[in-house]
Write a protein that binds this ligand. Structure first.
Ligand SMILES: *[C@@H]1O[C@H](CO)[C@@H](O)[C@H](O)[C@H]1NC(C)=O
Ligand SMILES: *[C@@H]1O[C@H](CO)[C@@H](O)[C@H](O)[C@H]1NC(C)=O
Ligand SMILES: *[C@@H]1O[C@H](CO)[C@@H](O)[C@H](O)[C@H]1NC(C)=O
Ligand SMILES: *[C@@H]1O[C@H](CO)[C@@H](O)[C@H](O)[C@H]1NC(C)=O
Ligand SMILES: *[C@@H]1O[C@H](CO)[C@@H](O)[C@H](O)[C@H]1NC(C)=O
Ligand SMILES: *[C@@H]1O[C@H](CO)[C@@H](O)[C@H](O)[C@H]1NC(C)=O
Ligand SMILES: *[C@@H]1O[C@H](CO)[C@@H](O)[C@H](O)[C@H]1NC(C)=O
Ligand SMILES: *[C@@H]1O[C@H](CO)[C@@H](O)[C@H](O)[C@H]1NC(C)=O
Ligand SMILES: *[C@@H]1O[C@H](CO)[C@@H](O)[C@H](O)[C@H]1NC(C)=O
Ligand SMILES: *[C@@H]1O[C@H](CO)[C@@H](O)[C@H](O)[C@H]1NC(C)=O
Ligand SMILES: *[C@@H]1O[C@H](CO)[C@@H](O)[C@H](O)[C@H]1NC(C)=O
Ligand SMILES: *[C@@H]1O[C@H](CO)[C@@H](O)[C@H](O)[C@H]1NC(C)=O
Length: 415
């Protein structure tokens, strides 16, 4: 344990060019002592807009094969995230900072620094600054112990830069010195057809032969480090996944319910993040709740689906960590009986039924008072409003009738 804390982390770095015949992918390896933690083979084009005296200019520069692992790279540990810092040219660098949960690792931060005084790359630049651009919304994520593979071009947009990655194979948090043979294939590499997704219930093979009804709600809980329950959830869950079916040779849309009695829950809680990982056979679904301590509100911030169904050509992995659903107040639970559709990506959404969840501030294994979702409030309010309107109408008719009677009565008297 203490060995990890020692600052004597030596990083062995080397770049090998032309690892594969394809293009000029550059190979990077970050090591801590003898153990490799990050290995990446990647190609990238940077499209950069920079100021010139009469406006702006845009150049496209490839990641050169001379790029090397820079000294800012590290295997992390003790609160430091692993990072690959690829340095090239006259003071340019590409940084990938990784993070992980029980299931996945991902590029948490992606940054590009470029030195505008490099006139070979930035001719006529009116600035000599070193510009750094960071994004924390890269789509690069993969299952732990698998290699992330994305041979197709994918674009990451930063403010004044578009980075096009292609021919990428990489792995972080490696358990051996070689890239895992198991791969997580990015969605751009997934085989697709132009045929519109169709549901063919009779012929859809596993996991579900017929479109299921509403899912049964399951009860799930997580025990925190101090031995008490820190997250409580009761919800019915239905996956709506579009994928390429091996048996049908086409893209299919599949609706699958999570069966509570076949689903196991695990996870962890800390002061501002709680993760619930549900596993049903070859399906893993993880929920990340985040607490905003300024507002004392929590929300579902990320969902990850990973699946290895036999009908898939490559294992499926879909995640979105910029969600904002199921919002509640710290100390309260969140409740929503109305069905909700949580959009995760174009090929996956999660339908939730009868949700009752509390990811933070659980006391004595009990739900706190419930924050009821607005849809439920509306569905309660509508009958009340309709009822009130009807009652109002009855009163108006009655008054009109009484006034009418009195008028006609008075009429008789004057005659
Ligand atoms: C690295 O490996 C060599 C030989 O395999 C061994 O002698 C050395 O102690 C190892 N170093 C570390 C830090 O594990
Ligand atoms: C990258 O840039 C090179 C040269 O500028 C170009 O030939 C190649 O098509 C680009 N690749 C991608 C995936 O954009
Ligand atoms: C800026 O100047 C360069 C060279 O002097 C010229 O090629 C370019 O067209 C000019 N751009 C604009 C927007 O005027
Ligand atoms: C990513 O960058 C942001 C701001 O640049 C920083 O606050 C955050 O801690 C970084 N995350 C990681 C995992 O390094
Ligand atoms: C990854 O592999 C290591 C070593 O083989 C193992 O300890 C770890 O549990 C694995 N992690 C996952 C998520 O499979
Ligand atoms: C990045 O891509 C967007 C959309 O394709 C384009 O509008 C923008 O000009 C590009 N920016 C740069 C710096 O290439
Ligand atoms: C356990 O930790 C939670 C916060 O994570 C706290 O609210 C609770 O009081 C703790 N319980 C005990 C028995 O220490
Ligand atoms: C599944 O998602 C598709 C869009 O991706 C949508 O058209 C369809 O209605 C959804 N089905 C269910 C049962 O949610
Ligand atoms: C799917 O395609 C493969 C090869 O392209 C073929 O052998 C197989 O019979 C096809 N299956 C179906 C159900 O069409
Ligand atoms: C699981 O639940 C379903 C329906 O809720 C039930 O039909 C089935 O028997 C249950 N299976 C087990 C192993 O309890
Ligand atoms: C917390 O919420 C406030 C107000 O919505 C927002 O400005 C702030 O960025 C949030 N903080 C975090 C860490 O998300
Ligand atoms: C992630 O979810 C947000 C909110 O639902 C959505 O706007 C965004 O497009 C999603 N990202 C992807 C890659 O689908």
């Amino acid at each position: 344990m203490t060995q990890k804390l020692l600052p004597a982390i030596s990083i062995v770095c080397f770049a090998v060019l032309g690892w594969f015949a394809v293009g000029h992918a550059v190979m990077f390896e970050v090591k801590d002592g003898n153990s490799t933690c990050i290995k990446a083979q990647l190609s990238a084009n940077f499209s950069i807009t920079y100021p010139v005296t009469n406006g702006t200019n845009t150049v496209t520069v490839p990641l050169p094969s001379s790029a090397k692992v820079g000294s800012g790279s590290s295997c992390g540990g003790a609160g430091v995230s692993p990072e690959l810092l690829a340095v090239f040219g006259e003071g340019h660098s590409l940084g990938l900072v990784f993070s992980h949960n029980q299931l996945l690792y991902q590029v948490a931060n992606l940054s590009l620094s470029y030195n505008l005084s490099d006139s070979a790359i930035f001719p006529r630049s009116s600035s000599k600054d070193v510009i750094t651009m960071v994004t924390n919304t890269s789509e690069i994520s993969a299952q732990l112990n698998t290699t992330y593979r994305c041979l197709s071009a994918t674009i990451v947009r930063l403010e004044a830069v578009n980075i096009t990655f292609f021919d990428v194979r990489m792995e972080a948090y490696m358990s051996s010195a070689n890239l895992s043979t198991d791969e997580t294939v990015c969605s751009a590499d997934q085989p697709t057809t132009t045929v519109a997704p169709t549901i063919s219930p009779r012929t859809t093979p596993s996991p579900s032969p017929v479109p299921p009804g509403n899912p049964e709600p399951g009860n799930y809980s997580i025990i925190g480090t101090n031995g008490t329950v820190c997250l409580l959830a009761r919800m019915g869950l239905q996956l709506n996944v579009t994928y390429y079916s091996k048996s049908q040779n086409k893209t299919v849309q599949s609706i699958m319910n999570l069966e509570p009695n076949n689903t196991s829950a695990s996870g962890s809680c800390d002061s501002t993040a709680a993760t619930l990982l549900l596993t049903e056979g070859l399906t893993n679904l993880s929920f990340t709740f985040t607490l905003n301590t300024t507002t004392s509100k929590y929300y579902l911030s990320a969902l990850n689906l990973s699946a290895a169904w036999p009908d898939l050509t490559v294992s499926l992995i879909i995640s979105n960590s910029t969600l904002d659903y199921l919002q509640g107040t710290l100390g309260h639970s969140y409740m929503c009986s109305t069905e909700q559709i949580i959009f995760v990506s174009n090929n996956f959404s999660l339908n939730t039924f009868k949700v009752w969840v509390q990811p933070f501030g659980v006391k004595d294994n009990q739900y706190g008072s419930a924050d009821v979702c607005s849809m439920d409030q509306e569905s309660v309010l509508i009958p009340i409003i309709v009822g009130a309107a009807l009652a109002g109408l009855v009163v108006i008719v009655l008054i009109a009738y009484l006034i009418g009677r009195r008028r006609s009565h008075a009429g008789y008297q004057t005659i």
